[in-house]
Design a protein around this ligand. Structure first.
Ligand code: CUK
Ligand code: CUA
Ligand code: CA
Length: 635
């Protein structure tokens, strides 16, 4: 029920003398009809809300949430080649939100509004292919500030602000192709986002040297997490697949499936061993500081160091065969490379990396074990009890194994290290445990992101959903508890305890996200929070209006045929969840304006006549009536 004295309504009350006519009028309407509406809805719900929280079986987590109960974890899901990121609640697996990143989204106007085009570097038409969402950390723990995501399709890295859950920066990585593996520096804090470029290319890639395949190379990039500028790039041998960082802040490491440097399938499977390349971040920083770097055409502000074999900035550890996932255990001591074409997971002892870089050890000396787990190991996740969970793509299983026992067995001790193998449906790629890529690993839930789902869901045509399965790992035995269909095609997800995330309820009026639009208004002498004004500037017209449920500040505005029209809307509502939209019929114009947000969109008024605009986020009992006319006069 809406209480007019509710402090959430802010200081603009219906009878507030300082409020504009628009605000007072709208507020009265909202309170009057809103209250009646809520009352009716409440009665309807009252009868049906019988909630019996699901009881947890002995030693296991409760699976189901009753209506109205909140999830314990935020799951950040990559949206694959849909180009977006999604938030799911775990354990309910309910989809809570979609965050457009490298795609165009008609609900929010992402790729259409001026603010989003700015983030998209004015290339909203570029496609995206997201694989690896990872949250910024402090001291090896999630800090709730940002989520970073790669774009393999167009070689970019994006940042999502976790207060508003919107993408706020996108960086194009120069001189490389296909940013795939992405992780953050965990310790002491996320200064860098590490990004692997997968494919080797000629340098310069200008039509020369295309046949000199052995001269192709790719690079490992570090992006500054705050400025989102590329801090440095490292030339490597082979290619780069997945990556992770350690818990000292000193090292990052990446898998390579193409040590062969081949450009064909057979060639990239020729060797029995490929490698993991270890990056010595301290030494790379020192080299750049000392001026020991070059720059490449088209990016003269990015220092590039040469980390190919023989460099003291990197080390190459041979591992079997076409390895894929790279995962650091939360104990900080070990990292594993998942064999893919080998039935093994290679365990690297991070404590030995210093000696390796000081020349006291040989590369293979840092291998603590090659653990046989099953066919097609792709990725490994960890709990807080020393266990690892590896996806077996070919076997369609999760293999749970004990890290210490596996190392003992590798050293020849008679000890069983495989704890359990669980069938999943089918052919899993990544898997992920709750908090498992941080020091706070809690061993409660595991998600298996299965690539195939045939027979698990009602068929919907030749294209099938992926199947992200929820597995309870809190007891001694893994238990499959839920099938979760997802759309094309999450590779990875990340499960963050809800205590780590503090989303905003309203926008703040000084949010940098729309600072440029606010600056434009200032130049036009417009106060966004109260003015409803049309400013003409040659054939450019800027239409400033407010919105308060259920009315725009203007129910009509007039422009001339051929004008370039920019509509700027400021949503003055201060009530959580009251988002408005703005759509001009037959113009491809559509956007979201959250409470206290300013959003703008620019288009051409080419057709003389009357063109209705309306609100397309249901905001009020009189939402249908929230509309107005754009009148376009003949030129
Ligand atoms: S990758 Cu897709 S299953 Cu891009 Cu992390 Cu392994
Ligand atoms: Cu405003 Cu619907
Ligand atoms: Ca290979």
């Amino acid at each position: 029920m809406i209480d007019p004295k509710d402090p959430k309504l802010g200081d603009i009350q219906p009878d507030d003398e300082n409020a504009s006519e628009h605000v007072r009028f709208s507020r009265r309407l909202f309170l009057g009809s809103g209250a009646a509406l809520m009352g009716a809805a409440g009665m309807g719900l009252g009868g049906s809300l019988v909630s019996t929280p699901a009881k947890a079986a002995e030693g296991h987590n409760a699976v189901a949430l009753a209506p109205g109960e909140l999830d314990e974890y935020y799951g950040f899901w990559s949206g694959g080649h849909s180009g977006e990121v999604r938030i799911l609640g775990v354990p309910s697996m309910r989809e809570l939100m979609r965050i457009p990143v490298f795609n165009i989204d008609s609900a929010t106007g992402w790729g259409l509004t001026n603010e989003s085009k700015e983030v998209l570097n004015h290339k909203p038409w570029l496609t995206g292919d997201c694989h690896h969402p990872h949250m910024s950390m402090t001291d090896g723990k999630y800090d709730g500030k940002y989520v970073f995501i790669n774009d393999k399709a167009n070689s970019r890295v994006a940042r999502i602000r976790c207060d508003i859950m919107k993408t706020d920066k996108i960086t194009e990585i120069p001189n490389v192709q296909a940013i795939h593996g992405l992780r953050v520096q965990k310790v002491p804090y996320t200064k860098y986002v590490f990004a692997n470029a997968e494919y080797r290319i000629p340098h310069p890639n200008d039509g020369t040297g295309m046949d000199a395949i052995d001269k192709y190379y790719t690079m490992f990039s570090a992006v500054d997490a705050e400025s989102m500028k590329v801090a440095f790039q490292v030339i490597v041998d082979g290619n780069l697949d997945n990556t992770d960082a350690d818990y000292s802040g000193k090292y990052a490491f990446s898998t390579c499936y193409n040590t062969e440097g081949a450009v064909d399938l057979a060639g990239s499977m020729r060797l029995e061993r490929d490698h993991v390349v270890i990056f010595n971040i301290e030494r790379i920083e020192a080299a750049i500081k000392a001026g020991n770097y070059q720059t490449l055409p088209g990016a003269d502000d990015v220092p590039v160091v040469d980390g190919r074999t023989g460099s003291e900035l990197t080390a190459y550890v041979p591992v079997p065969k076409n390895p894929h996932g790279m995962n650091t255990a939360p104990d900080g001591r070990y990292a594993v490379a998942n064999g893919k074409l080998s039935p093994t997971v290679t365990v690297l002892d991070i404590q030995k990396f210093d000696d390796l870089f000081d020349g006291k050890l040989q590369p293979r000396d840092v291998v603590a074990a090659e653990v046989e787990v099953g066919l097609g190991p792709l990725h490994t996740a960890f709990d807080n009890r020393g266990n690892a969970y590896t996806t077996l793509f070919i076997d369609s299983q999760i293999c749970k194994w004990n890290l210490e026992n596996a190392i003992k067995a590798y050293q020849g001790e008679q000890v069983e290290y495989i704890v359990q193998k669980l069938d999943v449906h089918y052919q899993p790629g990544h898997n992920h445990t709750t908090m498992g890529e941080t020091r706070d690993a809690d061993g409660k839930w595991l998600i298996s992101l299965c690539k195939f789902s045939k027979d698990r869901f009602l068929p919907c045509g030749p294209l099938h959903a992926e199947n992200d399965q929820l597995i309870d790992i809190s007891g001694d035995e893994m238990k499959l508890v839920h099938d979760g269909p997802t759309y094309a095609e999450p590779h990875d997800c990340m499960l963050v305890h809800r205590s780590k995330v503090k989303p905003a309820k309203l926008w703040t009026r000084d949010d940098p996200y729309f600072a440029k639009t606010a600056e434009m208004a200032k130049q036009d002498g417009v106060t966004l929070e109260k003015d409803n004004k049309v400013i003409r500037d040659g054939n450019k017209v800027r239409v400033y209006m407010t919105s308060v449920a259920p009315a725009y500040g203007m129910d009509r505005f007039t422009v001339k045929q051929g004008d370039e029209v920019t509509v700027v809307i400021t949503n003055l509502d201060q009530i959580e969840d009251v988002t408005h939209g703005f759509c001009v019929v037959n113009h491809g114009v559509q956007m979201e304006i959250g409470p206290q947000q300013t959003a703008s969109i620019t288009f051409k008024a080419e057709q003389p006549g009357v063109h209705w605009y309306y609100c397309n986020w249901f905001c009020h009992a009189l939402h249908m009536e929230m509309r107005g006319r754009m009148i376009v006069e003949k030129a």
